[in-house]
Design a protein around this ligand. Structure first.
Ligand code: NAD
Ligand code: TYD
Length: 367
C-alpha cells in the first residue's frame, strides 16, 4: 500500500481529501495516510470522524518542525507529500499577517528542505511533492478580462495571497534548483462539507438559519469561481497520479457567481428547508446587510482550467446550485459539527494552544 503524507489534513479541504483518498473512488489506491496537522483553530478532529484508523494516522505537529517532519518521512516512507497546511482566511491575514508568513512561507520552506533530504535518499523513486495553492496569487480581474491561466503573472492583493504566492515561488525554485519533483495547483474558492464557519458560505448559512444579520462586504458584486471540494479532491488525485513534475495546474469550477447572488441563494434554500424551530416571519433575504468593504478586496477571480482538462482529463462534475443545496443539507444534518465549533468543544481533544477565539467577521457578527 502506498503512503501519502498530508499536511493540514484536519482542515476543510485536507479532511475532505483524507476521506476521498480512503474511499473507494480514489485513483490508484489503496492509500495509507499520515496526516500532519498542528490543530490550530482551523483544525478539527471531528472532521476526521469515520476515517479508517488502520489507514489513517493523525500526528499533531507543526510543519515548521523540520526535525520531526524529517523523522516522519523516514518512518513512513511516503511516495508523496500533499501540502495543504496553511493559514487560509483573508480577513485574519489583514488583522495579523505574522502567522501567515510563519506557516505559509517559512513552513513551506521547512517542508521543502525535509522533502528534498528524504527524496535524495532514493527511498522512493516516484516521489512527488504536491503543493496546494490558490487562484488568489494572480490578483483580481476586471469584468471583461480573460480568466487566469497558468501563465498569468502573480499579483497578490492580500497578505494571505502574498504568502501563498511566496510559497509557490519557493516550491518552483526547489524544482528548478534542486530537481525536487514538485507539482503546484492553483484552485478557485472551494465550498462543501466541513468548511470552517468564518468563510462566506458556512458563515451566511449559520447566521441565516438563526435569523441573524448577513454581512455582505461592499456592494456584494465581487465574483468568485466556486468549486465543490469533492471536485477539488478528484483534481488533486489526477495531478498527483498523472501530472508532470515541475508543472502548475489551474483548477476551477466554471461557476462564477457574485457574492450577493450566492448569499441570496442560501437565503432562499433555507426559507424552503429550515427545520422546525427555525422558521422566520420574514424572507431571509431581508437579513442581508451591506457592511464596510474588506480592504484591498479583489473584485473578480476566474479560472481557465483548460490545461488540467486537456492533459489530465479532469472536469468539475458538481453544478454549483446542486452542490450548494447538498452543502446546506450537510450543515443542517450535521449541526453538531458547527455547534461544537461555536461552543469551543471541538478543541477539547487538542486543548494545547486553545485561545478560545471568537468566530466572526470584519463587522463583528458571530456565526
Ligand atoms: P483550513 O484553514 O481549513 O485548514 C488548514 C489546516 O492547516 C488546519 O487543519 C490547520 O490546523 C493546519 N495548519 C495550520 N498551520 C499549521 C502548521 N504550522 N503546521 C501544521 N498544520 C497547520 O484551510 P483549507 O481551506 O482547507 O485550505 C487548505 C489549503 O488549500 C491551503 O493551503 C489553502 O491556501 C488552499 N486553498 C484553499 C481554498 C479554499 O477555498 N478554501 C482554495 C484554494 C486553495
Ligand atoms: P471568503 O469565504 O473569505 O473567501 P476568499 O476571501 O478567499 O475569496 O470570502 C468569499 C467572498 O465573500 C469574498 O469576496 C469576501 C466575501 N465575504 C462577505 O461579503 N462577507 C463575509 O462575511 C465573508 C466572510 C466574506
Amino acid at each position: 500500500m502506498k503512503t501519502i503524507l498530508v499536511t493540514g489534513g484536519a482542515g476543510f479541504i485536507g479532511s475532505n481529501f483524507v476521506h476521498h483518498a480512503l474511499g473507494s473512488r480514489a485513483d490508484s489506491g489503496p492509500w495509507k495516510l499520515v496526516n500532519v496537522d498542528l490543530l490550530t483553530y482551523a483544525g478539527n478532529l471531528d472532521s476526521l470522524e469515520g476515517a479508517d484508523r488502520d489507514r489513517h494516522e493523525l500526528i499533531q505537529a507543526d510543519i515548521n518542525d523540520g526535525k520531526q517532519i524529517r523523522a516522519l518521512l523516514d518512518r513512513h516512507q511516503p511516495s508523496a507529500i500533499v501540502h495543504f497546511a496553511a493559514e487560509s482566511h483573508v480577513d485574519r491575514s489583514i488583522d495579523d499577517a505574522a502567522s501567515f508568513i510563519r506557516t505559509n512561507v517559512q513552513g513551506t520552506q521547512v517542508l521543502l528542505e525535509a522533502a528534498l533530504d528524504y527524496w535524495k535518499t532514493g527511498t522512493c523513486n516516484a516521489f512527488r511533492f504536491l503543493h496546494v495553492s490558490t487562484d488568489e496569487v494572480y490578483g483580481d480581474l476586471a469584468v471583461d478580462d480573460p480568466a487566469f491561466t497558468e501563465q498569468t503573472p502573480y499579483q497578490p492583493s492580500s497578505p494571505y495571497a502574498a504568502s501563498k504566492a511566496a510559497a509557490d515561488h519557493l516550491v518552483r525554485a526547489w524544482h528548478r534548483t534542486f530537481g525536487l519533483p514538485v507539482l503546484i495547483t492553483n484552485c478557485s474558492n472551494n465550498y462543501g462539507p466541513r468548511q470552517f464557519p468564518e468563510k462566506l458560505i458556512p458563515l451566511m448559512m449559520i447566521n441565516a438559519l438563526h435569523g441573524r444579520a448577513l454581512p455582505v462586504y461592499g456592494d456584494g458584486q465581487q465574483r468568485r469561481d466556486w468549486l465543490h471540494v469533492d471536485d477539488h479532491c478528484r483534481a488533486l488525485m489526477a495531478v498527483l497520479n498523472r501530472g508532470e513534475p515541475g508543472r502548475t495546474y489551474n483548477i476551477g469550477g466554471n461557476a462564477e457567481r457574485d457574492n450577493l447572488t450566492v448569499v441570496q441563494a442560501i437565503c432562499d434554500l433555507l426559507d424552503q428547508r429550515a427545520p422546525e424551530g427555525f422558521s422566520l416571519d420574514q424572507p431571509r433575504r431581508e437579513l442581508i446587510e451591506f457592511v464596510t468593504d474588506r480592504p484591498g478586496h479583489d473584485r473578480r477571480y476566474a479560472i481557465n482550467a483548460g490545461r488540467i482538462e486537456q492533459e489530465l482529463g479532469w472536469r468539475p462534475q458538481m453544478k454549483f446550485e446542486v452542490g450548494l443545496e447538498h452543502t446546506i443539507d450537510w450543515y443542517l444534518n450535521n449541526a453538531q459539527w458547527w455547534q461544537r465549533i461555536q461552543s469551543g468543544a471541538y478543541r477539547e481533544s487538542s486543548r494545547e494552544g486553545y485561545s478560545g477565539e471568537r468566530l466572526g467577521t470584519r463587522s463583528g457578527q458571530a456565526a
